[in-house]
Ligand binder design. Structure first.
Ligand code: AMP
Length: 215
C-alpha cells in the first residue's frame, strides 16, 4: 500500500504519518525530516536547504524529486510507503506519477487533512520538537509530562526554526498557492480522501484507519 498525506503546515501530517506507518508496516518518508537531517551536516547542500526552509520557501522541484525518486526505490519502501510533505507542487505530483508508472506501482490513497488557517497559526506557534529524538509535542493539545522535556528520551524540546510568525505566514501562502491545487489533482483520479484535521489525534487516526481499511 502506497499513501500520500497532504495538508497545510501544522495539520498533523507528521504525527499521523508515524502512527499509520507503524500500524500498517509501511515506510514513512518525510521530505521535511530528510532536509532537516541533511541541513544538520553543515554541507553546502545542507546550508542551501536550510536557507529555503528558514524563509518558508519550497526547495526547488528538481532537487526534491531526485531525492524522493532515490528514496522510494530503496528496499525498505518495497513493502509500501507513506509520503509526508511530498508532493507539494503539481510538478512534483506529475513526476511522482511518472516514476511510479515506470515501476508498475501507484498511489492508493491521498489523505488530505483539513485545518483552518487560524488553527494552523495557533498549532504551529505552540509546537515543540525534541532536539534528540524528533518527537513532536504541542504545548496546548499534546503537552509533555514534565515541563519542556521529551517524554521518550528526556531530550530538550525546542521550537522549529520555521515555526515563527513571519515564516508561518509565508508557509501558509506557499501552501495556498502551490500545494492546494494538488487536492483537485488527486480528486480527478478519485484517490483523494478529506479528513477533518481539527479533531483529536486519536479521532483523526481512527478516521484515517477507517478510510484505509474500507473495501
Ligand atoms: P515540513 O517538515 O514538511 O513542514 O517541511 C519543512 C520545509 O522543508 C518546508 O517548509 C520546505 O521548505 C521544505 N520541504 C519539505 N518538503 C518539501 C517538498 N516536497 N517540496 C519543497 N520543499 C519541501
Amino acid at each position: 500500500m502506497n499513501l500520500i498525506i497532504l495538508g497545510p503546515p501544522g495539520a498533523g501530517k507528521g504525527t499521523q504519518a508515524k502512527k499509520i506507518a507503524k500500524k500498517y508496516n509501511i515506510q514513512h518518508v518525510s521530505t521535511g525530516d530528510i532536509f532537516r537531517e541533511t541541513s544538520k551536516s553543515g554541507s553546502d547542500l545542507g546550508k542551501k536547504l536550510q536557507s529555503y526552509m528558514s524563509s518558508g520557501a519550497l526547495v526547488p522541484d528538481d532537487l526534491v524529486v531526485e531525492i524522493v525518486k532515490e528514496r522510494i526505490v530503496r528496499p525498505d519502501c518495497q513493502k509500501g510507503f507513506l509520503l509526508d510533505g511530498f508532493p507539494r507542487t503539481l510538478v512534483q505530483a506529475e513526476n511522482l506519477d511518472k516514476v511510479l508508472l515506470k515501476e508498475n506501482r501507484k498511489i492508493d490513497k491521498a489523505l488530505s487533512l483539513d485545518l483552518s488557517e487560524e488553527e494552523v497559526v495557533s498549532r504551529l506557534s505552540s509546537r515543540r520538537v525534541c532536539k534528540s529524538c524528533g518527537a513532536n509535542y504541542n504545548l496546548i493539545t499534546q503537552p509533555p509530562k514534565n515541563g519542556e522535556i521529551c517524554d521518550n528520551c528526556s531530550g530538550e524540546l525546542v521550537q522549529r526554526a520555521d515555526d515563527n510568525p513571519e515564516t508561518i505566514k509565508q508557509r501558509l501562502k506557499v501552501y495556498r498557492d502551490q500545494t492546494e491545487p494538488l487536492i483537485e489533482y488527486y480528486s480527478k483520479t478519485k484517490i483523494l480522501v478529506k479528513i477533518d484535521g481539527a479533531k483529536s489525534i486519536n479521532e483523526v487516526f481512527k478516521n484515517i484507519c477507517a478510510v484505509i481499511e474500507e473495501k
